[in-house]
Design a binder for this molecule. Structure first.
Ligand SMILES: Nc1ncnc2c1ncn2[C@@H]1O[C@H](COP(=O)(O)OP(=O)(O)O)[C@@H](O)[C@H]1O
Ligand SMILES: [Mg+2]
Length: 292
């Protein structure tokens, strides 16, 4: 179970991404980045954050700790911005929180070298979850105390938007030519050898058990939240042993920034909430209003 805390103060919106996460204080006095059930794609985005974040953590990748954040929409009444008020009003109940990494910097590949082993692990993991939101324009990687942290797994697992087609969708390749770490010589095969065997039914049962029931209720085609948890596990189990053979766009012959036309079909997910997120930000301090 994720730790449960309750939001006590809305501090400020974080304006870099598209989903308007907020910085909030909670009743344990912690500072959290809050992701709202009432935003954009709603609760599926939050389910993806939990499944991918908790899986990444168990594979040894750095992800800020996740909690559930209870929200009383009364908190938004004093907010001057209509957009923020609306979001808070639409998000009563259980939302997602993530430890705020104070002073973290947005990843800049020119300022922070990543070795091929670590780049390989991250690219392999993104291929596994079909992450369409870790491009060099919008890396969703933070540098905190000299280490790389993964954030923002909302635009992943495209298959959960269409369960009847999930198996076919999960068999698709992954085009990494735009990936933030495509130029760090990612050792994807080495990562696969180390990490794929860890992705077992038991591990995924543990990971999916972390999803709050309220975000799984009433999904068409599923009787119980646990049925849906098993559906989340299936494509990941199927993909883990072979996805490294289906990663395109990181060979020496390709260079993502120029766009050499390696448009593999694995990126069809860019229409599911990731669109319009990409900014030109590099190396900005987080936790402040960027005004964009
Ligand atoms: N745990 C965190 N610690 C510090 N800053 C964060 C954290 N999570 C997000 N941010 C900041 O907020 C921005 C938006 O968060 P993100 O999860 O990428 O949401 P979006 O879905 O809107 O892109 C990030 O680019 C980063 O600057
Ligand atoms: Mg983002």
């Amino acid at each position: 179970m994720l730790k449960e805390v309750t939001a006590t103060r809305y501090v400020t919106p974080l304006r870099e991404g598209g989903s308007l996460p907020g910085l909030v204080e909670a009743d344990d006095l912690g500072l959290y980045v809050m992701k709202f059930t009432g935003a954009g794609q709603g609760r599926k985005t939050l389910v993806a954050e939990v499944v991918c974040g908790e899986l990444a953590r168990r594979l040894g990748l750095r992800v800020p700790r996740l909690v559930t954040l209870g929200l009383d929409p009364v908190l938004g009444l004093g907010e001057p911005e209509q957009q923020v008020q609306d979001l808070l009003r639409a998000s009563a109940g259980t939302n997602l929180g993530m430890d705020f990494l104070s002073g973290a910097l947005g990843f800049d590949p020119l300022a922070f070298p990543v070795d091929s082993a670590e780049a390989g692990r991250i690219v392999w993991f993104d291929a596994l979850i079909n992450n369409v939101d870790r491009s060099w324009r919008n890396p969703n990687l933070l540098v905190h105390r000299g280490e790389l942290w993964l954030i923002d797994h909302g635009a992943t697992m495209i298959w959960h938007h269409n369960w009847p087609g999930a198996a076919a969708s999960a068999a698709r390749p992954y085009d990494a030519s735009d990936h933030a770490l495509a130029r760090c010589a990612p050792d994807v095969a080495g990562a696969a050898a180390a990490l794929a065997p860890l992705v077992t039914e038991e591990l995924l049962a543990e990971v999916t058990a972390e999803i709050p029931d309220v975000w799984l209720a009433d999904e068409p085609g599923f009787e119980t939240p646990d049925d849906l948890r098993r559906a989340y596990a299936r494509p990941l189990l199927d993909r883990a042993p072979l996805v490294h053979e289906r990663v395109t766009g990181i060979g020496t012959e390709t260079s993502g920034r120029e766009g050499t036309g390696t448009e593999a079909s694995g990126r069809e997910g860019t229409g599911t909430g990731a669109s319009g997120r990409e900014g030109t930000r590099t190396h900005t301090r987080t936790g402040t209003q960027e005004g964009k």
